[in-house]
Write a protein that binds this ligand. Structure first.
Ligand code: ZN
Length: 321
C-alpha cells in the first residue's frame, strides 16, 4: 500500500479564540477540510463505502480517499456545504462573523465584508440557519412563559416597515428561580388558534412543565396535554403585559430591535422562521465562554445537517421536515 502523502491529523478538539487565531488556523481550503473532517468523524474517519475506519488520504479539491477500497468522498458531501462552488475558506469566514459578531450579520454586511456577491452571502446565511435549528432539538422544561407577539408591518410609531403585513410569532422562554432566563424557542404561526399554539408547545416544551400564559382561550386546553397551566389574566393596559409576561416581552423587544438594527427592518414572511432560528441560536448561547466555541458548534452542526436546496434558499425552508 502506498504511503499516504497527506495524512489528516485527528488532533484534539480545537477552535480559534480570536480573529487572529482564526486567520492563522484557516489559511486555505485544506486546513478548512481538515477541521471539518475532525468535526464530522469525531471518532475517526469511516469509509462511507467499505465502512472501514482509517485515516483517509487528502487530495486536491477536498477529496478524501479510503486507503482500503480507494473510494473517494469529500467532507462536504451530504451536508449543508454539498455541491457548493464557494471555497470553504469563505464559508468558514462567514461562520466566524455570524457567530462572533454580537448581533450576527445581515447578508448585505457579509457581502461587503467578504467581498462576495449578495446571492452567495444570502445562500451561506440561509444554509447556516438551517444548521442552527438542528442544535435546538432539546425540549424546554421547568417553568416556561409563553406569549405571542407581532413583528413586521406597521409599527406602533406609525412608521411603515418594508415587510408587508404583521406576522404572529409565539415565544417560549424558560424562567429560572428566583430570577433570570434560560433558553428560548420561537415559531412563526399563521394564527393564534389553539391548534397553532398548542402544536408549538407540544413540539418544544416537555410535558409536565409549568406553563405561564395570559388568559387567551387558545391556551385553555394545555392541562389536557399534561402541562401545569398558570394563567394570568392581564388587563387591557399595555403596562400590565410587561409586568406579567416579562420574559416574553423582553425577547420580543430584543427580536424587533435585531430585525430593525441588523436587518434594517426588512424580511419577507417566507424567511421569517429562518431569522427566528438564528436569533434563538444566538440567544441560547449568550452565556457561552467563548465565541470560538459557538463557531465550532455551528460547523459541527453544519457537517451533520442534510443539504439545503436552492428552492429552500430562495422561497423559504420547510421547517417541518
Ligand atoms: Zn473504503
Amino acid at each position: 500500500m502506498n504511503q499516504p502523502k497527506d495524512e489528516i491529523l485527528i488532533a484534539g478538539e480545537d477552535y480559534p479564540r480570536t480573529y487572529r487565531e482564526f486567520v492563522s488556523m484557516f489559511p486555505d481550503d485544506k486546513s478548512c477540510t481538515t477541521f471539518l473532517v475532525k468535526l464530522r468523524w469525531k471518532d475517526g474517519f469511516v469509509c462511507p463505502k467499505c465502512k472501514t475506519p482509517s485515516t483517509p488520504w487528502q487530495q486536491t479539491h477536498g477529496r478524501l480517499v479510503c486507503p482500503y477500497c480507494r473510494h473517494q468522498t469529500t467532507v462536504t458531501t451530504g451536508t449543508i456545504f454539498d455541491k457548493t462552488r464557494t471555497p470553504l475558506t469563505t464559508w468558514l469566514e462567514a461562520a466566524w462573523h455570524i457567530t462572533t459578531a454580537k448581533n450576527g450579520m445581515s447578508a448585505k454586511t457579509i457581502e461587503q465584508t467578504l467581498g462576495i456577491s449578495y446571492r452567495v452571502a444570502w445562500t451561506m446565511l440561509q444554509r447556516f440557519r438551517v444548521a442552527m435549528v438542528r442544535t435546538e432539538r432539546e425540549m424546554l422544561s421547568g417553568t416556561v412563559e409563553i406569549d405571542e407577539t407581532l413583528v413586521g408591518g406597521i409599527d406602533e410609531g406609525g412608521k411603515r416597515g418594508r415587510g408587508s403585513q404583521k406576522s404572529i410569532v409565539v415565544i417560549a422562554i424558560e424562567l429560572h428561580h428566583p430570577k433570570g432566563y434560560g433558553r428560548i424557542r420561537m415559531r412563526f404561526i399563521p394564527d393564534a388558534s389553539g391548534d397553532s399554539l398548542i402544536g408549538f408547545i407540544r413540539d418544544t416544551v416537555e410535558s409536565g412543565s409549568s406553563i405561564h400564559t395570559d388568559g387567551w382561550s387558545g391556551y385553555s386546553e394545555l392541562e389536557s396535554f399534561g402541562y401545569e397551566h398558570q394563567k394570568t389574566v392581564v388587563s387591557s393596559s399595555a403596562d400590565q403585559a410587561h409586568v406579567s409576561m416579562p420574559g416574553v416581552h423582553r425577547i420580543a423587544a430584543l427580536l424587533k430591535r435585531w430585525i430593525l438594527g441588523t436587518h434594517q427592518g426588512s424580511f419577507s414572511q417566507e424567511h421569517l422562521q429562518a431569522y427566528l432560528e438564528e436569533f434563538t441560536f444566538r440567544f441560547n448561547r449568550r452565556l457561552s465562554k467563548s465565541r470560538g466555541l459557538v463557531f465550532r458548534r455551528l460547523l459541527e452542526q453544519a457537517v451533520c445537517t442534510s443539504p439545503v436546496t436552492e428552492k429552500d434558499v430562495t422561497y423559504g425552508y420547510n421547517w417541518k421536515k
